[in-house]
Design a protein around this ligand. Structure first.
Ligand SMILES: NC(=O)c1ccc[n+]([C@@H]2O[C@H](COP(=O)([O-])OP(=O)(O)OC[C@H]3O[C@@H](n4cnc5c(N)ncnc54)[C@H](OP(=O)(O)O)[C@@H]3O)[C@@H](O)[C@H]2O)c1
Length: 133
């Protein structure tokens, strides 16, 4: 696959869907989802990925070799996350570490934007990562 591929995790979420309207097709965006894909989204551009599953993350990076990654997969429901802290940590921190590491391994630029409520869950060492813009 061409090195210009842009991978967007969480393509079915609020942020991922908003990005879909503004990313030019020449960037060859490729999207991930976790649950069944809602109707109306092109399945050929989507793949199911649990970002907390490190092996699967690295397998997808090996296949796509993305030039850049927008990491928008997260547990976005703050109320749910506060009640299920262990799972929230796995998805919002552990999975983000998987993406950071895979970007490092495959030389992909990482674009990662957090809302203030999510930022509190991210350790400072990851906030300061040079690949995060
Ligand atoms: N919403 C905003 O205005 C905004 C602005 C700036 C930054 N952000 C940041 O963007 C991130 C996502 O926020 P959001 O509001 O878009 O959340 P959201 O609407 O809840 O969407 C979450 C996305 O993550 C996916 N997902 C959840 N768990 C996953 C897992 N284990 N593996 C793979 N994918 C998983 C969901 O896939 P399924 O739909 O398949 O479950 C969905 O695509 C957060 O870190 C947030 O801080 C959000």
């Amino acid at each position: 696959m061409a090195r210009s591929t842009l991978l967007v995790t969480g393509g079915t979420g609020l942020l991922g869907k908003a990005l879909a309207a503004s990313i030019p097709p020449e960037l060859q965006p490729y999207w991930t989802h976790l649950r069944d894909l809602p109707a109306g989204l092109a399945p050929s551009r989507f793949t199911r990925l649990d970002v907390a599953d490190r092996e699967s993350v690295f397998r997808l990076f090996a296949e796509l070799r993305p030039a850049a990654v927008v990491h928008a997969a997260a547990m976005g429901n703050v109320d749910f996350a506060e009640q299920h802290r262990e799972v929230a940590w796995q998805v919002n921190v552990g999975a983000t570490q998987n993406i950071v590491d895979a970007c490092g391994e495959y030389g992909a630029r990482l674009i990662y934007r957090l809302t203030r409520s999510s930022m509190a869950t991210i350790p400072p060492t990851m906030r300061d990562h040079p690949g995060i813009r």
